[in-house]
Design a binder for this molecule. Structure first.
Ligand SMILES: [Zn+2]
Length: 413
């Protein structure tokens, strides 16, 4: 038995049961269409004396020809309806209704309706909570366009599930934060998720008591500049040129993967909690600061290794020309055996902060070597530096928790 139907008159999805409003019973001139098979439905069991619960029935009496699709739609709707009812009970809510922007009977979106919510004194929010496989990217874009068209200025918030269809997990990566090393999970964004982020939508994954907030990761290779050597770095197993660039507070379109900052969904009371995306943005700001230091440190290291290598060349070949310091060094040269080991900082790690590299002894060694140190290229080099982006929160309340960040999804609540 179906709980929902496409209402051809109002052009929206309707449900039976509490909150569905008064719908005419019976065939109602073919008003109701099955969302799974498209057949006209009959609304039954609406009378108070009815022995069965209200439901939409197929005319053949044999049920839907696509029962699995019908059940999946019902299950997805259930999550949305529960969420809608929970939001309705929140203080300050002036409008809370389901809507299906961009939905069409002939070309169904294949996703549950959204929840349109207005709260006194806050921006209107359109909430999506699809639990199944997201429809194709063009369909998701159709929804986004329709939301923007019908509810200009509204925030579009997507709560996604940590299931294989919505969470393409990659190996995690380690990041350095003030509090120490942390492991952040990573995902490959699918086209649908990219489409959401592209237009400023919010994508969150709910994972029990943790909300995962994405930032962009773009892998790149540091360009080798004049007077730099990026090979034969002591204690480096990987290529020091390999690095990554963060995009925040939401992933940029050129990100090749998304890192995820876990933010606790902390309980305010037994039935209410909240998560603060601002906490995630603060972590992203820190990642950016560490990144800038990392870039600077590696560039400096490349210059120092180059300088040290050339100094050692000079020592090995007394008649060597100093002007060689100005020509790029072939990767095969460098006389590693003659290279004074103490000229290098010990065992730097890819994320080493710059202070680890510029120990006074090293600096004085290099200064004493009187090698013609090539002029330092101006920092930053050719790596694109994203300008710090403003936080998406409306002015005046940058760090406050917005009402929809108090939503607890799932069975509890
Ligand atoms: Zn059907």
């Amino acid at each position: 038995m179906g709980k929902s139907a496409w209402d051809r008159q109002q052009q929206e999805v309707v449900w039976v049961g509490a909150g569905a409003g008064v719908l005419p019973a019976g065939l109602a001139d073919g008003r109701y269409g099955c969302r799974a098979c498209g057949e006209s439905l009959i609304l039954k069991g609406t009378k108070a004396t009815s022995k069965v619960q209200a439901h939409f029935a197929h005319r053949t009496g044999e049920g839907c020809s696509r029962p699995e699709r019908e059940a999946a739609l019902d299950a997805e709707d259930e999550v949305v309806i529960q969420l809608r009812d929970r939001i309705r009970a929140m203080p300050g809510v002036t409008v809370c209704t389901t809507a299906s922007p961009g939905e069409s009977e002939t070309d169904p979106l294949g996703m549950p309706p959204a929840i349109l919510v207005a709260v006194r004194g806050a921006t209107t929010v359109v909430i999506e909570a699809p639990t199944g496989v997201l429809p194709g990217p063009e369909t998701v874009r159709r929804r986004i366009r329709a939301v923007r068209g019908e509810h200009a200025g509204a925030e579009h918030v997507w709560f996604l599930k940590r299931n294989p269809s919505q969470f393409a997990q990659l190996a995690p990566h380690q990041v350095k934060l003030r509090e120490g090393k942390r492991t952040h999970e990573r995902v490959v964004p699918n086209e649908q998720q990219q489409a959401i982020a592209e237009v400023g939508g919010h994508v969150y994954w709910l994972d029990g008591k943790v909300v995962l907030v994405p930032y962009g990761i773009r892998r790149f290779r540091h360009p080798v500049q004049r007077g730099q050597q990026w090979t034969d770095w002591p204690s480096w197993r990987s290529d020091p040129r390999d690095d990554w660039l963060i995009s925040k507070p939401r992933p940029a379109t050129d990100a090749d993967s998304w890192g995820l900052v876990p933010v606790a969904f902390s309980s305010l009371t037994a039935t209410r909690g909240a998560f603060r995306p601002a906490d995630a943005y603060a972590v992203m700001d820190e990642l950016y600061t560490v990144q800038e230091r990392r870039f600077a440190w590696r560039n400096k290291q490349a210059r120092e290794i180059y300088a040290a290598a050339h100094r050692s060349e000079q020592a090995v070949e007394p008649e060597g020309t100093l002007s060689a310091a100005h020509t790029p060094m072939p990767e095969t040269s460098g006389a590693p055996a003659a290279m004074p080991a103490h000229a290098f900082s010990p065992a730097p790690e890819p994320d080493s902060p710059p202070e680890a590299a510029s120990r006074p002894s090293d600096a004085s060694d290099i200064a004493a070597a009187a090698v013609d140190v090539p002029p330092r290229p101006a920092y930053p080099p050719t790596i694109p530096q994203p300008a710090p982006e403003p936080r998406p929160a409306p002015a005046g309340t940058p760090r406050s928790v917005r009402w929809w960040q108090r939503l607890r999804l799932g069975k509890s609540g």
